[in-house]
Design a binder for this molecule. Structure first.
Ligand code: ATP
Ligand code: MG
Length: 425
């Protein structure tokens, strides 16, 4: 994408009321636009980031047999009343139409997905089944102070699975946990799973996936030698205690953000909707249900919180909107400048032919200082500079955004090789 033909969405300042690092950087860099507290629009650059996150999640959910669907977000009130959630879920947005009919906005979708499954699952032969979607959720959060990490409108992947037996459910539950860890790793994040109580959902076991960051709202104690992790609120152990699981180290305390969770819902929802299937013996039974949430926009915010420095964002390779930021520098000598520009235009095409996604800063009318500052703020994993100096050298200046290491690389093939190697690390 040539920046000369792209809408310029960078901002000098973030709104004054915006306290979180993720929102400040994302607004200044032009990835999101704030509509009101807890509600953001995603601008073209932001959509590329979000799509990358969504695609990673999609691939990993498909890999464990999840089937994608897209459920309504404007809900009839009846199923919410049937489960009791109409009155008990405090974050539920309720809407009244001009004819005084009541609706809910989807904050989670058990009330929609369970009746869908009920309609199409008749016998044990139709089980197990796992349905998921990636889309908008609405919650009347009291405090929306963590930028895109806690929105009133936000993106979520929610999956729901239906099983005949507890054993089958347990096996799937483990596969989802593994898939979640793969997703966090591909997003460049390290997550730990805490065992937590199921809250309002059930008494059954659930897990929260925690990513350590000062921007998080939860306190955890964890072991850095094994996978032990617990929420401070519920933990039996505290900071400094020896690890109850491996005994190899003392527990550490940290702030963390909940980047996903999985719940065993048991038969609660099938019972509420009188949803049964016929088992092998022809007996009507309620399936066992699991639900698995992961905030897509919260993940985007978390990545910014974890990967940023004083100059801006540092996108991990798989998340970055572009692999490379190509910047052609201007020159006082306009004849030289047009030669350099010609070379850069060729380079832009050649890099794409090597399979790279390139953001090309060809805005010669802006000062070099402004453009290089903006490049660091935007945070592509690599920056490639073409200038009179680099042409004289016969090599291009390639800088790694994270390490700030610069090297001079002579050919397009070598540049592509280095970037692809970098993204596999
Ligand atoms: P929290 O304790 O942070 O409010 P939750 O327990 O309410 O989270 P779930 O209802 O399980 O979260 O939703 C699944 C996932 O959706 C969460 O793990 C989180 O990643 C994301 N999420 C939840 N609420 C929000 C929100 N208001 N804004 C952005 N993402 C959210
Ligand atoms: Mg919540």
């Amino acid at each position: 994408m040539k920046q000369s033909s792209q809408l310029r969405t960078t901002q000098k300042f973030a709104p004054k009321d915006e306290v979180s690092k993720n929102a400040q950087l994302l607004i200044r860099a032009g990835y999101v636009h704030k509509e009101m507290a807890g509600v953001y629009s995603y601008l073209p650059l932001g959509v590329r980031v979000l799509s990358n996150i969504e695609n990673i999640i999609r691939e990993e959910m498909d890999a464990i047999g999840g089937q994608e669907l897209r459920m309504a977000t404007l809900h009839p009130s009846e199923p919410w009343k049937q489960t009791g959630a109409w009155d008990s879920v405090d974050v539920l947005f309720k809407i009244q139409s001009r004819t005084e009919k009541e609706y809910a906005l989807g904050q989670s979708e058990e009330e929609i997905v369970v009746p869908i499954a009920q309609k199409f699952v008749q016998s044990y032969k139709d089980l197990p089944v796992a349905l998921y979607q990636i889309g908008q959720k609405y919650r009347d959060e009291l405090r929306a102070k963590s930028g895109i990490m806690r929105g009133r409108e936000f993106g979520m992947k929610d999956m729901y699975s239906f099983h005949e037996t507890q054993e089958d459910f347990d096996a799937f539950f483990e596969r989802v946990k593994e898939a979640y860890f793969k997703i966090y790793t591909r997003c460049g994040l390290q997550a730990k799973a805490t065992e937590a109580s199921g809250g309002s959902f059930s008494e059954k076991i659930s897990y929260e996936f925690m990513v350590i960051t000062d921007a998080g709202e939860d306190d955890i104690v964890y072991c850095d030698q094994c996978d032990y992790c617990a929420n401070v609120e519920v933990a039996q152990n505290k900071e400094g205690d020896s690890c109850p699981k491996c005994n190899n180290s003392n527990l550490k305390k940290a702030k963390a953000v909940e980047a996903g969770n999985v719940f065993d819902l048991g038969q609660k929802y099938p019972k509420a909707f009188n949803f049964t299937y016929q088992d092998k013996e022809g007996i009507e039974k309620h399936p066992i249900v699991g639900c698995y949430g992961m905030g897509t926009t919260r993940l985007m915010g978390t990545i910014v919180e974890v990967f940023a420095d004083e100059s801006g964002i540092i996108w991990p390779a798989e998340i970055a909107p572009y692999d490379l930021h190509l910047v052609v520098l201007g020159n006082k000598d306009k004849e030289k400048e047009s030669l350099v520009k010609e070379k850069a235009d060729e380079m832009y095409i050649a890099l794409q032919q090597e399979g790279l996604e390139v953001l090309y800063d060809d805005r010669m009318e802006l000062s070099t200082g402004v453009r290089l500052t903006e490049s660091e703020l935007l945070g592509m994993p690599y920056r490639l500079i073409i200038s009179e100096k680099t042409l004289e050298k016969g090599a291009f200046e390639l800088t790694n955004r994270a390490s700030k290491e610069t090297e001079y690389v002579p050919t397009v093939q070598l540049i592509a090789g280095k970037i692809f190697k970098g993204s596999r690390n």
